[in-house]
Design a protein around this ligand. Structure first.
Ligand code: 6GU
Length: 249
């Protein structure tokens, strides 16, 4: 069981993505819990403002620290066993390793950043980690929080059911996935590779390994540099690089 708490000024954004699909099923099965908290409920004053003008001037608005601090204190009065993540474009880029680390916590609390930025004291005094989901700017941290919940949840035992095993997927081998096919065998003369129909298990395994290496070499050389390939795989890679240079398929 993993519990997520999401602090946001737009908690309603999360309803349908978290009710539908595998995440909804995981909640029904009690594998995960998702609790939404409206930061505005913790804001004071007649207008319950969650943002304010930046000290020093300049454009844009800044997310206030007090409502976030009060919300956090209500949600995790004792922070033992909980990790508090601030979603912000300035954060550490989200990769599978960080997803795995977050999945090891019993409780993941997320603060969705908003406006042109958040008061620096939210990051320096309230958050344990800052996470970004990539090098582009979203209007707020909500979609990033959904990405995080999805990626972390699929690692929680029992969430994937029989639809897949997280150990077999590409980011645990460090390589991109090989091409997959299902029926029909021939669609508009677009054919399934013969080897996959051969029933020759060793040949299929070799083909898949080669295709994974080829695809990773062509599309994501950075991934190959980050892993140490077994000797056998390096040989396969060498041969397909040569083939590629001679305009291979
Ligand atoms: Cl976490 N927040 C926002 N606003 N934009 C992002 C992001 C987060 N990650 C990538 N872009």
């Amino acid at each position: 069981m993993l519990r997520f708490d999401i602090l946001s000024i737009f908690p309603e954004m999360f309803r349908s993505p978290f009710d539908a699909s595998l995440i909804g099923k995981a909640r029904e099965k009690g594998k995960i819990e998702i609790h939404l908290h409206d930061i505005r409920d913790y804001a004071e004053g007649r207008h319950r403002m969650t943002d304010d003008y930046p000290y020093g001037g300049g454009g844009g608005m800044v997310m206030k620290v007090e409502p976030v601090a009060r919300a956090l204190e209500a949600v995790v009065p004792d922070r033992d066993g909980a990790i508090v993540v601030l979603l912000t474009p300035q954060g550490e880029p989200l990769r599978q390793g960080l997803v795995e680390e977050l999945a090891s916590w019993p409780r993941v609390v997320m603060i969705c950043g908003h406006y042109e930025g958040v008061d620096e004291r939210i990051r320096s005094h309230l958050a344990d980690r800052e996470v970004s989901i990539g090098d582009y700017i979203l209007t707020g941290g909500e979609l990033a929080a959904m990405v995080l919940v999805d990626a972390v949840s699929r690692l929680v035992p029992g969430v994937l059911g029989n639809s897949g095993s997280p150990v077999a997927d590409s980011f645990s081998t460090g390589l991109l996935e090989y091409p997959q096919y299902t029926r029909p065998e021939n669609f508009r003369e677009w054919k399934v590779p013969d080897v996959l129909l051969s029933g020759h298990h060793k040949a299929i395994e070799d083909w898949r390994k080669r295709e994974s290496l080829k695809r990773t070499w062509r599309r994501r050389r950075d991934l190959l540099e980050a892993i140490s390939l077994p000797e056998e795989d390096r040989k396969i890679l060498q041969s397909l690089i040569l083939e590629d240079e001679q305009d291979g398929p």
